[in-house]
Ligand binder design. Sequence first.
Ligand SMILES: [Zn+2]
Length: 268
Amino acid sequence: MKARAEIGIIGGSGFYSLFDESESLYVETEYGRPSDLVTLGKIGSRSVAFLPRHGSRHILPPHKVPYRANIEALRSLGVDRIIASNAVGSLTEEYAPGDFVFFDQFINMTHGREESFFEGAPVSHVSAAEPYCSELLSLAANEAKSMRIKYHSNGTVVVINGPRFSTKAESRLFSSQGFHVINMTQYPEVMLARERGICYLGIGIVTDYDAGIEGRSDIKPVSAAEVNRVFAKSMETAKRLILDLILKIPKAHSCSCGDALEGAVIVP
Ligand SMILES: [Zn+2]
């Protein structure tokens, strides 16, 4: 089958306006239905598929997002690179609200999610040492630099199950471990992409300081209203970054994401 899309975008419903013209496609996968219809359109000469992670009406909480169906739906359309945007809380003062973070590592603290495509034979253990695409990471950092966005080119994201936010004790623990930001959706999304050999770029937009910063009584714990306010404000910048980035992604891959399954399968 001819690929319908080469690049996938997963994020909030604000990304619908990335396309001048688009069509929406109902996709069914063996892992069920994705979060919503997949929207297909062009950015420059590149064919792009967009999927709103929480559904177009934001009805799916982080622990109920059909992560496997989402990745499989994009893969079935031919997508071999995914750019994903996420709201994140900061665990350190240097990562301030409004900053952009390109994740390079994650810590998984979620539970009960369907987190792998490999549920039987052949038994496979995919390396997670470098879960994010090195090529997309460096392209994104270059683009953010030329756009003069305040960004961090490395970020360890701790992924919690949600939907509640952290207690002060949890936030203090994560912060003391040197994790930079906190989120509820990066896992298993990034690993499922990796299991399918798809390049994955995780862009975090800092919206708040999680449960506050130790010793700073002027910084209040996060609220959903504050997340929405800062995220909406950063949306236009995120869209411009993603648009420019897509135009600069070379057709050929110079990373090894496509080989993620090599040596991962246990042969009896
Ligand atoms: Zn890659």
